[in-house]
Design a protein around this ligand. Structure first.
Ligand SMILES: [Zn+2]
Length: 210
């Protein structure tokens, strides 16, 4: 856990993203991004790209291998599929973020919650809508891969099982990342209504950039 000295009054940009919406924005090298869990226990399903070459993108496997740890928090360096350093977590008042649980999709909703859930809105839908509405970013379907679930708690049991546990987050908790290259962030603020980890009540997320 580490708090940030940055003052929201000095931020150059900020946006509230409602649950079920996406946000697509650019963060320049050297800038700092803060993601705020405004109401607690929400999941921000997030992908990062090299702004000049979207074929270089966030890689869970390279990040986990290089840091020898499954969880993300202060000190975690987010790596790309080319093993480049994309961003570094420089402050965190939540303490743990997931990068192995994956994003919700209509297919996973069907498997986890029942066939009748297939038509429900999922993070993957939001990402696909984002890249369809914003072709100028050059991000294609095959660039939609493994992601980070900020504020989500997916502990691994001693025998290696994933468990979707109650969140550690709370209203106002935040995570802050410093960009080590020009970055495009594609965030889906999760619309999930079937997972008890958000109390069946998805809520808004805010991001700020300094
Ligand atoms: Zn989701």
């Amino acid at each position: 856990m580490l708090t940030s000295p940055l003052d929201p009054k000095d931020a150059i940009a900020r946006k509230i993203v409602n649950a079920g919406d996406y946000s697509l924005c650019t963060i320049q090298c050297g800038q700092t991004l803060r993601i705020v869990d405004l109401y607690g226990n929400q999941a921000a399903d997030t992908l990062f790209y090299n702004a000049h070459n979207p074929c270089e993108r966030y890689s869970a496997m390279d990040t986990i291998r290089e840091q020898h740890n499954l969880y993300l928090s202060v000190g975690s360096t987010l790596r790309s599929n080319l093993n480049g350093i994309m961003l570094e977590i420089v402050a965190d008042t939540c303490g743990r973020h997931d990068t192995i649980g994956g994003a919700c999709a209509t297919e996973s909703n069907t498997v986890r919650y029942g066939l009748e859930k297939r038509c429900m809105h999922a993070c993957r839908d939001s990402w696909m809508l984002a890249i369809a509405e914003h072709p100028e970013y050059g991000i294609h379907k095959r660039d939609i891969t493994h992601n980070i679930n900020f504020f989500m708690n997916v502990p691994v049991t001693p025998d290696g099982q994933l468990s979707f546990a109650d969140g550690l987050s709370a209203p106002g908790k935040y995570v802050e990342l410093k960009a080590h290259m020009d970055i495009v962030m594609l965030m889906s603020n999760c619309p999930q209504l079937n997972n008890p980890c958000n109390g069946y009540n998805p809520t808004p997320i805010e991001w700020l950039i300094w």
